[in-house]
Design a protein around this ligand. Structure first.
Ligand SMILES: [Zn+2]
Length: 351
């Protein structure tokens, strides 16, 4: 075959190759070690000098032309392949993004923040007490001496003494009222303190968990009366729930206050008509309260005539359930994402 015809023929085939693999196969076929062209070049030595010069020039020209054709075709195919790849991986900026979920503040934490904010407005400051507490601070100084029958009301977790010399018995605090004792020891009247935190009791059923949360408040100030207490607590509930509603007070017994009472709020689900939540009474118990007992004031060297005071306590978890409309206490402790998305409070955006 005439060498020019051969070149045109091969170039036509090369230009029809549809992939880099096709092209490479063809390159091996025409330019590889076993190709006809390579063999012809190797056999040039057998030709006569004049013929070798002419034939050699032709074959080398053919080889160079083929290499140029292959290189051009390869560049074209690579560009096409890259374009196809880019087209298939294109990002559609109009597609909706995957949803992202912002964390929510747990209802109990949110309730604690709201309680603290409401009490702060009324002049109360934070006070603290340890969760591992001595029997003395958890019971005796709160007018619950050993063998007092009211100790039986609280299923207490007792801890072993830390060492043999230490005869005091330690407990996981059963109430935040230990904060009252520590405040009486630390402050001189007038003062208003709040203690918010974890408490522990050996109790577990539909409405009780071994660990729960309480808020405690105490105001000690000359001239304080039962009427002041009622006014402060009504205002606290109004601030916490963000609305006004009827409240009532019933007499009650607590060892550390005298006289004592419990405050009920009108059931907001039925507006007092009676429903499942309020057990058809129209009222929901929310707070325990009373004038600080003289035996408790004595811890701070105070007497009830010169420095009377009142104290109150409430379950934070219960307040959270009432505020956010949660009907099962256990949900507060099970960390379900869906529950938190529904009832959790949106965090305040960072500025
Ligand atoms: Zn009701």
């Amino acid at each position: 075959m005439d060498i020019t015809t051969a070149l045109a023929d091969i170039q036509a085939r090369i230009n029809k190759s549809s992939s880099l693999k096709d092209l490479e196969d063809m390159r091996i076929q025409y330019l590889g070690q076993n190709s006809e062209l390579t063999k012809s070049l190797q056999s040039l030595g057998k030709l006569a000098p004049e013929e070798r010069r002419v034939k050699g020039a032709e074959l080398n020209q053919l080889k160079m032309d083929l290499q140029i054709t292959f290189a051009a075709m390869k560049a074209g195919l690579e560009a096409a392949e890259l374009n196809a790849q880019l087209a298939s991986q294109a990002i559609d900026v109009t597609l909706p993004a995957d949803p992202t979920y912002q964390g929510r503040i747990h209802p109990v934490t949110a309730a604690m923040e709201d309680i603290a904010a409401a009490l702060k407005t009324l002049g109360f400051v934070h006070a603290y007490g340890p969760e591992v507490e001595s029997d003395d601070y958890n019971f005796t100084k709160l007018n619950l001496p050993p063998h007092h029958p009211a100790r039986q009301d609280q299923d207490t977790f007792y801890l072993n003494p830390f060492n043999a010399e230490d005869r005091a018995r330690y407990v996981l605090r059963t109430q935040t009222s230990n904060v009252q004792i520590r405040a009486l020891e630390a402050y001189k009247p007038p003062f208003r303190v709040m203690g918010i935190g974890r408490v522990y009791r050996r109790d577990y059923d539909l409405t009780h968990t071994p660990q729960f949360h309480q808020v405690e408040g105490m105001m000690v100030e000359s001239g304080t009366t039962f009427a002041h207490m009622r006014g402060v607590l009504d205002e606290f509930l109004r601030l916490f729930f963000g609305k006004s509603f009827k409240t009532r007070m019933r007499p009650h017994y607590f060892p550390f206050t005298e006289p004592s009472g419990e405050i009920d709020m009108e059931c907001q689900a039925c507006k007092g008509a009676g429903c499942r939540i309020c057990k058809n009474s129209g009222w929901l118990e929310v707070l325990g309260c009373g004038m600080v007992h003289r035996n408790v004031l004595a811890v701070g060297g105070l007497n009830p005539v010169e420095n009377p005071g009142f104290a109150f306590g409430a379950g934070v978890d219960r307040l959270a359930m009432l505020k956010y409309g949660i009907t099962d206490l256990r949900l507060l402790f099970e960390s379900h994402g869906a529950f938190l998305q529904q009832f959790g409070k949106a965090p305040v955006a960072a500025v």
